[in-house]
Design a protein around this ligand. Structure first.
Ligand code: DON
Length: 597
């Protein structure tokens, strides 16, 4: 990753260094966004009518193809999700689940769709305490991370169908077409997929379907290698013909459940038949004169982001025009309290109410802002404001791959922000009925206080139970201006770092006035309260001087490969409010490319 990004960033950062100061060049919120086309790196593009930003060029193309066929943002997002499941099985697919935030431009209506995986009916709070270790071992191989027991009931096919039914103009057959083409004709393995496969090759080779993806004797999928997915193509054909019903009922469902059980799981065909998506009310927060909308529970991402915004708005005089170190310091401090809240109170709201009203009370943000010091990094406990007695410790996050975020803006102004996941790279690292299965059960607390793969301890509120959905960090986010016009779509993959990276990019683009390409390309930091460490990316290095400045403020700095991967679209309007330019960016950290016209 480092080697691949270095030349790319080297050249591009030089280009930035030569460009005029960011504030003078561009500010999306007030329409001064004028970076000439030639200055844009290849992963950030300007469009006039419609834009797609995904983390894989073929997925962006699939969405653009469906837009060109008359599809809406929902149709295009569906095509992108289906394509992603084919071309990057490490990150997402039919065996996973996710969240979509949709803006219906004509009705001026927001909708939030939860198609998160849920625990099978036979799940129990202590199921991972007493579970034997899955055979084979290797990295990320606890019973909640590897093999059948780690799989929740997939939500992706139902999620796609719900999007199509409510906001689509096209049918399943049309939106499946690009994915089916990739699966049958084959596609070139990306560098990202090749790298993601390296640590897990042995585990993957134990699966009869994934084994065939590897060239004889190969220790990883090779970049550029042509991969066909005939087993998945069969499932895609069923979807094209029968829609989600063909996945959740009948022979495919029975086969899928049997394969999960063969891999050590507890999923039954009835769990598939019983799966339902949920429409929920998104989290909303006013800050910096803008309206920020993001994911509600079972995601903790939206309220973490909203709480951090509340604090940052109040501490703005200490960082807004004070330079990069002041910004990063205030940003890191603003995260500590919200992450403590998350660890205590986040849950599936259908299983246990999340006290959102109390958590988001302005009074709490005011207290935290008053605690903030521009001169010192404070311990997370100084920002702790428990609503009730509780508490647990956290550990280190791991390198991620198992998630994908995409944004689609269609010519009518409808917007789909979708984050979809199989959790860890290649999910549970086995296939059922040809589908790579998720290991989303690891997002539950596997035992009270036990850390998940992202260093997050689970409280009792997030223990597994039949039909329950595990707490997520996924944060598809839309931002509107004071007149209610859409300004930006963003979201990320990267486990617990998702809301942090999403907010970082949006603050840079909408509050600090940086061009989207600069906001996306900038080095990122992450803090989640516990452990007391400011994580600093290695893939895009924070300059030494800045690191030293943050150290001097008392931050304990620890490197991390990459904080997260963000896709975003920023809309620039003329004074009459008409959209003039769509700036679309696929994070250079994962090799995506936007598409559109
Ligand atoms: O829902 C969640 O928060 C996690 N399952 C997301 C995992 C993730 O982002 C992995 N990496 N890209």
């Amino acid at each position: 990753m480092k080697a691949r990004l270095a030349p790319l960033f080297g050249g591009w950062l030089l280009c930035l260094a030569l460009a005029p100061p960011a504030g003078a060049q561009h500010a999306a919120a007030d329409g001064r966004h004028a970076a000439p086309r030639s200055e844009l790196p290849p992963w950030a593009t300007r469009f006039e009518q419609e834009a797609v930003a995904t983390d894989h060029p073929l997925a962006s193309q699939a969405a653009a193809e469906v837009l060109a066929a008359g599809g809406s943002a929902a149709d295009a997002a569906a095509a992108a999700m289906l394509a992603l499941g084919v071309v990057n099985p490490a990150s997402s697919g039919l065996g996973g689940g996710g969240f979509a935030l949709y803006w219906d431009a004509e009705k001026k209506e927001l909708a939030f769709l939860d198609f998160r995986e849920q625990a099978p009916a036979a799940a129990a709070p202590d199921m991972f305490v007493r579970a034997p270790k899955p055979p084979g071992g290797g990295p990320l191989s606890t019973p909640s991370q590897l093999g059948g027991l780690s799989s929740g009931v997939p939500g992706e096919p139902a999620g796609i169908e719900a999007l199509l039914q409510r906001f689509g103009r096209l049918d399943w057959k049309t939106v499946v077409a690009p994915a089916l083409r990739y699966a049958t004709e084959g596609f070139a393995v990306s560098e990202e997929l090749s790298e993601a496969s390296a640590p897990f090759a042995e585990q993957m080779k134990r699966d009869p379907v994934m084994r065939r993806w590897f060239a004889p004797g190969a220790a990883r999928l090779q970049a550029g290698q042509r991969l066909r997915r005939p087993a998945l193509a069969r499932v895609l054909r069923v979807l094209a013909r029968d829609g989600a019903r063909g996945f959740y009922r009948g022979p495919l469902a029975r086969r899928l459940a049997a394969d999960v059980r063969r891999a050590g799981g507890i999923l039954r065909a009835a769990d598939l038949a019983d799966y339902r998506v949920r429409w929920r009310r998104p989290i909303e927060q006013r800050a910096f004169g803008l309206r920020w909308v993001s994911a509600p529970p079972p995601s903790a991402g939206g309220f973490t982001l909203a709480m951090a915004l509340q604090i940052l708005q109040r501490t703005a005089p200490a960082w807004r025009q004070q330079g990069e170190a002041a910004f990063l310091h205030a940003f890191a401090e603003a995260l500590k309290g919200p992450y403590l809240d998350r660890m205590r109170y986040a849950a599936d709201p259908d299983a246990r109410p999340v006290p959102l009203g109390r958590l988001l009370e302005p009074q709490r943000a005011a207290l935290r802002a008053a605690t903030f010091s521009p001169w010192f990094a404070l311990p997370a406990r100084d920002y702790d404001l428990p609503l009730e007695e509780d508490g647990a410790g956290a550990g280190d996050p791991v390198r991620d791959a198992g998630t994908s975020h995409l944004c689609v803006v269609d010519a009518a102004g409808n917007v789909a922000a979708v984050t979809t996941t199989v959790n860890l790279p290649f999910g549970a690292r086995y296939t059922a009925a040809g589908v790579v299965m998720n290991d989303e059960m690891d997002d539950f607390a596997t035992a009270p206080g036990q850390l998940n793969a992202f260093g997050l301890p689970g409280g009792e509120a997030n223990l597994p139970a039949p039909g329950k959905r595990p707490v997520s960090s996924m944060s598809p986010t839309l931002v509107f201006d004071a007149q209610g016009r859409l300004l930006a779509c963003a979201g990320a993959s990267g486990g617990s770092r998702i809301p942090v990276a999403t907010l970082q990019v949006l603050l840079r683009a909408l509050v600090l006035g940086q061009p989207l390409s600069e906001a996306l390309g900038a080095p990122r930091v992450h803090h989640q309260g516990i452990p007391p460490e400011l994580r600093v990316e290695e893939s895009v290095r924070l300059p030494e001087a800045l690191q030293a400045a943050l150290r001097a403020l008392g931050h304990r700095i620890r490197p991390i490969g990459r904080v997260a991967v963000v896709q975003a679209v920023v809309l620039q309007r003329d004074p009459s409010g008409q959209v003039r330019t769509l700036w679309a960016g696929s994070d250079p950290r994962k090799g995506g490319r936007p598409a559109g016209r």
